[in-house]
Write a protein that binds this ligand. Structure first.
Ligand SMILES: *Cc1c(COP(=O)(O)O)cnc(C)c1O
Length: 428
């Protein structure tokens, strides 16, 4: 058996091996459509009898090549790109949950995902129960119902920064015959590969560290190929019974555990909802992925240095950084991310909302942005921006206090970031 390659090698080389005389870098196939000699040739593609390209809303070679790299990085069997992280999480859940179904999700998740689940998907007839990321096995189990179709959580929650006990969540999901879906945006496969801990489906907002340069909004879904849909056939009729909207194909029979989930999401959801990533964006994302492992190391080093500095500062009331010694998630961080977490630090400035805003305005290197996980440092006050739709109780449930500042350490020099923070704190 071939030796499994180190993640650093997969980041650089994964997903694309050009043949003789082919381009070294992946080609940008900027074409909506693809030519065939006969209608019959193309008909085979529509019937999913032959694989090939016909229209870029469904599949495009550049997007597929970048998806293949992300698939290799996560150690999955199939992957697809989407237009955004929101689309990725929507597809991942909607692919297996219909109106009348129920999903259990950690309450410590991205605000956009929380809205998607608790407002928009709820309107579509899918019910969600939110559980604490620190729930025990018994508490988690109690949230399940006969119509529950998935368990959902984030490796490192944005912006609460809790580390999910993936093994425990996977065990409870599997005991109830449903897959565990993990949004791995903040950890990235450079630092955590949830499939190694029992997760079944991984999603990403590639907008963040994967792209890494604040260039392109995008998302990805990866399947581990491990969840046995047929063993729970009655729960997942969309995968285990014929799809009348797609020539009567039964995805789990035709494409097996390895390919059913992504094929259905592409042939059905992408066909009908059309949240495709553009080939140009996919190419830029691919460039970002080649240096992901190098950048993540630096993001983490800077995050740790800033967290240590802040935790000793008299004007700071609290610091949350899972890999900081003494943090409530320290043991989980060491277990799931022994090489480091990410570069995002959350903290409270003494004096609450007003002091936090004054501090942020005084920063010269870190810019105020809704963005996070960029090569350039940036910061945000979630309670007055990304999470402003949420009530105080909802804010508390997803681990966001009114004084929380989310500081995303870029890959600049830590000493400069700390000097910048120092002068901004001195001014308040
Ligand atoms: C940003 C983010 C999303 C949403 O991704 P977009 O690309 O902005 O649509 C989902 N999950 C997490 C953890 C995120 O940080």
């Amino acid at each position: 058996m071939e030796k499994k390659q180190h993640i650093d090698t997969v980041c650089v080389q994964g997903g694309y091996t050009p043949g003789n005389g082919e381009p070294r870098q992946i080609p940008i196939v900027q074409s909506t459509t693809f030519k065939y000699a006969t209608g019959d040739d193309m008909g085979k593609l529509f019937d999913l009898e032959a694989s090939g390209y016909f229209y870029s809303r469904l599949q495009n070679p550049t997007c597929d090549t970048v998806a293949a790299k992300i698939c290799a990085m996560e150690g999955g069997t199939a992957a697809m790109l989407t237009s955004s992280g929101q689309a990725a999480n929507f597809f991942a859940v909607f692919n297996i949950a219909n109106a009348g179904d129920h999903v259990v999700a950690s309450s410590a998740i991205y605000g956009g995902t929380f809205n998607l689940f608790s407002v928009t998907m709820k309107k579509m007839g899918i019910d969600f129960t939110f559980v604490s990321p620190t729930a025990t096995k018994e508490e988690l189990s109690a949230a399940f119902r006969p119509n529950t179709k998935a368990l959902f959580g984030e490796t490192i929650a944005n912006p609460a920064l809790n580390v999910l006990d993936i093994e425990l969540f996977a065990e409870v999901a599997h005991a109830h015959g449903v897959p565990l879906i993990i949004d791995n945006t903040f950890a990235t496969p450079a630092h955590c590969r949830p499939f190694e801990w029992g997760a079944d489906i991984v999603t990403h907002s590639t907008t963040k560290y994967m792209d890494g340069h604040g260039s392109c909004v995008g998302g990805a879904i990866v399947d581990s190929g491990k969840f046995d849909w047929m063993a729970h056939a009655e729960k997942f009729p969309g995968l285990t019974t014929p799809d009348d909207s797609y020539h009567g194909i039964t995805y789990a029979e035709r494409f097996g555990k390895e390919g059913a989930f992504i094929t259905k999401a592409t042939a059905q959801l992408m066909r009908d909802l059309g949240t495709t990533q553009s080939p140009m964006s996919a190419f830029i994302l691919g460039l970002g992925l080649e240096s992901l492992h190098v950048r993540m190391k630096k993001h983490f080093e800077n995050g740790l240095a800033v967290a240590k500095y802040l935790s000793a500062h008299e004007k700071i009331s609290w610091v949350k950084f899972p890999a900081l010694e003494g943090d409530s998630d320290y043991a989980l961080a060491k277990k799931y991310m022994p090489n480091g977490t990410c570069g995002v630090v959350s903290f409270g400035v003494k004096g609450g909302r007003a002091a936090a805003e004054k501090f942020m305005a005084g920063l010269k290197i870190a810019a105020i942005e809704t963005h996070v996980a960029d090569a350039r440092s940036c910061c945000l006050h979630p309670a007055s921006t990304t999470h402003r739709q949420l009530s105080d109780a909802e804010l508390e449930a997803c681990g966001v206090s009114a004084d929380l500042v989310r500081f995303s350490c870029g890959i600049e020099a830590a000493e400069d970031l700390i000097a910048d923070i120092e002068q901004a704190l001195a001014a308040i």
